[in-house]
Design a binder for this molecule. Sequence first.
Ligand code: HEM
Length: 516
Amino acid sequence: LLLEPRKRRPGEPPLEAGWIPFLGVALDYGKDPLAFLRETQKKCGNVFTCKIAGKYFTFITDPFSFPAVVRQGKNLDFHKFAIGFSQRVFGHADFLAPVYYNGFREVHSIFHQTLQGPSLTQLAQSMLGNLQAVLRQNLPKGEDWAVEGLQSFTNRVMFDAGYLTIFGQQDAGPSADGDNNRTDNKSDLCMRQVAQHFLVFDRAFPEMAAGLPIHLCVRAWLAREALAEKLNHSRLQRNHSMSALIRRRMDAFDSMPLDERGKAGTHVSMLWASQANTLPAAFWSLYHMLSSPQALSAARAEVDRVVEQSGDPDQPISISREQLDSMFVLGSIIEEALRLSSASIMIRVASDDFTFTLDSGQTAAIRKGDYIAMYPQLIHMDPEIYPSPTEFQFDRFLDEAGQRKSEFYKNGRRLKHYLVPFGSGASECPGRFFAMCEIKMFLVLLLWHYDMELAQSDAQHRLSTDCTRAGLGILPPTQDVLVRYKVRPRSSSSSCPQQGQQTGEGDSDRTVEVTE
Ligand code: HEM
């Protein structure tokens, strides 16, 4: 029965089932999803169903119809797909089982309580302290240029600071020179191992997303188990300066009928969610800024203006809520980098047969169990919405007054969903404000403390995105590029973020607040 070709029923959207049994159009889709969807849209219109690896996906490609999907009526379920996938990849419990239902709802509400609103201020404050500490430990202090891969540099700094902010740090005890605030070699080595395991695990995501069982991706499986070992509750309990997000999740999981490995699996999923998109997004923001002389000079002027107001340039940077919010140039650079590199897919499962009505009034009959999919890259690369869509224009998200631009049009109508790197509706990323904030702070610190430029040969050629990860979020570059950097001469005494130290929420009196 599985091999019997599905017939299009009256009222259903056009069906692209390909000619290969089971796979359907999986190969064409997998080669270049954006090109495939554009072609099919031209042929079939704004709604069509594709058979991909035995499953039926109905793509809604008209951005004006997105709100009807993300409003998530009773017929469209987000959790069924997301939890099934997450369980398979991270090896945690099946949270759709009735025994976990109430506990899971509570766990889900923790995202918003700890990543947004007043908690975000604390989290951002902690991240700023950790970023300054990591930079202080890693960057050259003399006047010579250091040379490194931009991706490896970004991953190192952002992974370490992000990890310490979310999971806290192991108590390393006083170091030989008596400096309690320094991370000694032992815990530094530990952090490098965690980062290495994370990258190995993350690299296997395209295969796992395509359905390959993790046990067949042996290196990824071993890396995942090593991460789960690091994030088990007895170890985490020894960490200090842990975020409220993880503290509250630990309490919630302790009150559920889960074994220790099952609890650790949920923390591995949180580690992945907090890092997998942030690292490439930070990379592209920095890369595009360094590649564009206009972007770099506008960003530097903005940072100098804002940071100089905040007191003693020799002290670790403190940034108030208003100051961070007033950095529209950096905001525009990050949003433009996200627009160019984001290739996520939003999926819902039809929990019943129903009829979907598009914004135009056109209807489409949907079968129970089919997937409804939206692919925001179609919007991000639409030349009608974004002229010269493949070009980086640092001021694309600035209006005439130099403030954040939020008016974009298609067919003369204003769009609600013009930039969707964080998803939308029930599945919208709860960490989006924190993500914007941490990338902004990363750029502020680099611009303030360092001179940085792409190595000459790398400055001339354009990097491309790694499309094998299409559907998974922010695409990384296909290769790394060299960057050189040194301490920015400022005054005789100011150099790098000297006094910064790793901080947890509430550890520091710096003020960093961000707007949602
Ligand atoms: C630039 C950085 C980021 C991007 C582009 C991004 C993007 C996304 C997207 C597209 C989704 C929805 C996936 C879906 O529809 O299934 C998502 C979900 C999620 N993200 Fe992010 N994210 C980023 C950073 C973060 C950070 C820093 C955190 C936490 C500290 C985080 C936590 C989460 C969580 C917990 C979910 C799952 C939400 C749920 O199950 O309802 N993300 N993210």
